[in-house]
Design a protein around this ligand. Structure first.
Ligand SMILES: [Zn+2]
Ligand SMILES: [Zn+2]
Length: 270
């Protein structure tokens, strides 16, 4: 299976099966649990760089989970030592060696304590720690009492979202424009300057509002992709075929589905 995934990774063959990623392929087509799929994909992808990973697995001298552990540290230079350890060492030996090679101070986690309370665990570097302490000082000063770290985080998340979330920006801009139009009585239609890549803020906002800043891809089961990261703007009618940068011709797609859609277009043409 890992060998097949390796092949699919090198050829992007999973796209033929309507899957936006290799991991999705392993989960959907083979019914693998998410963690097994993740292990297999990690080893399969790393094998493109270090084929000995795959051959070691094929010889049956080690397990998938052991190989997956060394994927984050193994390089072309030290592959012999790592593979040797994967064959002869116990899980614990490997874990220790990996930790020593790439110190990971804290395992991040975010777990529910109850419906409205979660516990967060993260590692911070010194600079971020100082920044956080500074923020805590500022907020304590402002509130006239010592605020908790959780209150700091609450404020920080609100401010970042207010500033960076394209959906919030779009909502704000639309409100502002409505207020301005009311004042002027009419909307001034600005001349549309066409530029590839950079879309006018108004178009960006309209797309974000319509697509809710989320991938708009809907699969065969009618489920919409939940991805809200790595969003691209896809032209329904390609620019090369006279498609424009209007809201109606643009669609939000995550990078995986964007790749998939272009792959399917190419397949349909050929
Ligand atoms: Zn596109
Ligand atoms: Zn998507």
């Amino acid at each position: 299976m890992v060998e097949l995934l390796n092949l699919l990774a090198s050829t992007s063959g999973y796209l033929y099966f309507q899957c936006p990623s290799l991991r999705q392929y392993a989960i959907e087509k083979w019914g693998l649990p998410e963690y097994t799929a993740a292990d297999m994909v990690t080893v399969a992808r790393k094998s493109l760089e270090i084929p000995e990973l795959l051959s070691t697995l094929q010889r049956g001298q080690t397990s998938l989970s052991k190989l997956r552990r060394i994927c984050s540290v193994i390089t072309l230079k030290d592959k012999a030592e790592w593979l040797d350890l994967a064959e002869k060492g116990t899980n614990r030996d490997i874990e220790k060696a990996v930790a020593a090679a790439r110190p990971q101070p804290v395992d991040e986690s975010l777990n529910y304590k109850d419906d409205n309370l979660s516990e967060l665990r993260v590692g911070l570097n010194e600079e971020t720690r100082k920044n956080l302490e500074r923020i805590r000082d500022l907020l304590s000063q402002k509130n006239g009492r010592a605020v908790t770290l959780s209150e700091c985080l609450e404020q920080m998340t609100k401010i970042v979202l207010e500033k960076m979330d394209p959906l919030k920006k779009a909502e704000r801009a639309t409100k502002r424009r409505a207020a301005k139009c009311e004042k002027l009585g009419t909307c001034q239609i600005r001349k549309f300057i066409r530029a590839r890549r950079k879309l006018p803020a108004r178009v960006e906002h309209a797309i974000n509002l319509r697509d809710q800043a989320q991938c708009a891809h809907v699969n065969h089961q009618g489920q919409r992709c939940p991805n809200r990261r790595w969003l691209h703007r896809h032209h329904l009618k390609p620019v090369s075929m006279g498609g424009d940068d209007g809201v109606a011709n643009l669609r939000s797609l995550c990078s995986g589905h964007h790749r998939l859609v272009h792959f399917q277009e190419k397949e349909n043409l050929s």
